[in-house]
Write a protein that binds this ligand. Structure first.
Ligand SMILES: *Cc1c(COP(=O)(O)O)cnc(C)c1O
Length: 360
């Protein structure tokens, strides 16, 4: 506390990111990073861009990067449909200000979802309501259709959802988008490449749909900080106005070079996603064999609880064995562990650790 703080600062409840321990040789399965490195071509491109041109500002419009994203997206998407930012967290921050803040109309998102959403509402003074997931932890499309009353000020949810990993079929996503023409529906697709259907194919048909994606997870570039949004050019223009009122150069020269090269290396991308999905299926079966209930995951993590072992206690016991998973002290999910899909070896070490805990 300081008397010099602006009044809003004391009232914030900031997002708490998963731990980034300084120790090495941990089995780090707590922040959904990709266990495989980025494309070697991305590393090479960053090296090649590391030269005297760093004295110059980058392109404020990130034109080449937006073109690479559009080319990769297909479905008639052009650079005018693409907005980029310093990680999708920054993209989301601009989305909340530019598109989701409407006096007297509340933003809707699930009660169990990405915990940054309520943080942005607090920072930007956005009224919101949370909509409970079903008992089996699904986002129920019907719950997001206006029932005659006041239209929502906006709707946002991840697909697949975090931290549950459950995906919504594309037809249900479209029902929500089509049923809410008076507000923007934002689909946060941070994990879509691990097994869900992207809503990018719907952008041409719906001018109130915005799809947010990131290179942090499936492209293994969490350290580079590049995310983007895809939607109707009028939505993108709104985002640009906010961005240019905040920071004109969110994508630095090295990030741009690395991101473009990563997007162009489709073979590496597909190979590493396939490996993670195969490991996820084995990890799920191994956890089930130990008695865990595992929610069906379309992401690079699984959400699991054990009927006989407390979630917080299990996370602490794993930590003593240098294995870090994520546990949320929150109603409805405090018995669950969110476990990132690592390499086969890391997942085997997790299972060995759990067996040791259960037999001690
Ligand atoms: C990881 C994540 C993000 C943010 O990713 P960036 O690294 O900021 O691009 C956004 N939404 C969800 C649901 C996430 O899990």
């Amino acid at each position: 506390m300081s008397r010099y703080w602006s009044p809003v600062v004391g009232a914030l409840s900031p997002y708490v990111p998963g731990e980034q321990p300084k120790l090495l040789d941990l089995v780090k399965l707590n922040t959904n990073e990709n266990p495989y490195g980025p494309s070697p071509k991305a590393i090479e491109a960053i090296r090649a861009a590391t030269d005297d041109t760093l004295r110059l500002y980058p392109d404020p419009g990130s034109d080449r990067l937006r073109e690479a994203i559009a080319a990769q997206a297909g479905h008639g998407i052009t650079a005018a449909h693409v907005f980029v930012g310093n990680g999708s967290d920054e993209v989301l921050a601009h989305v909340f200000v530019a598109l989701l803040k409407h006096e007297g109309r509340k933003l809707l998102f699930p009660d169990i979802s990405y915990s940054f959403y309520p943080v942005y509402c607090g920072l930007f003074g956005i009224e919101h309501d949370t909509v409970p997931l079903t008992d089996d932890f699904r986002v129920e499309p019907q719950d997001y259709l206006p029932a005659g009353g006041q239209a929502a000020g906006g709707i946002i949810f991840p697909n697949p959802n975090a931290p549950t990993g459950r995906a919504m079929p594309l037809a249900d996503v479209e029902r929500i988008v089509a049923g809410n023409p008076q507000c923007v529906v934002v689909i946060d697709e941070a994990y879509v490449d691990f097994g869900a259907e992207s809503a990018v194919s719907l952008v041409a048909r719906h001018d109130n749909l915005l799809v947010v994606q990131t290179l942090s997870k499936s492209r293994s570039l969490a350290g580079l900080r590049v995310g983007h949004a895809i939607g109707h050019p009028a939505l993108i223009e709104g985002l640009e106005r906010v961005k240019d009122s905040f920071n004109s150069y969110p994508i630095d020269r090295l990030a741009s070079a690395g991101a473009i090269a990563a997007l162009e290396d489709q073979a590496y991308f597909e190979q590493t996603c396939r490996a993670i999905v195969a490991t996820r299926d084995r990890l799920t079966a191994d956890l089930q064999a130990l008695g865990f209930e595992v929610l069906p995951s379309a992401a690079n993590f699984v959400f699991a609880r054990h009927p006989a072992h407390d979630g917080a206690a299990l996370a602490a016991a794993l930590r003593e064995r240098a294995i870090i998973v994520r546990h949320f002290r929150r109603a409805r999910i405090d018995q669950f562990l969110r476990i990132t899909v690592g390499t086969d070896d890391e997942c085997a070490r997790l299972i060995t650790g759990l067996k040791a805990i259960f037999s001690s």
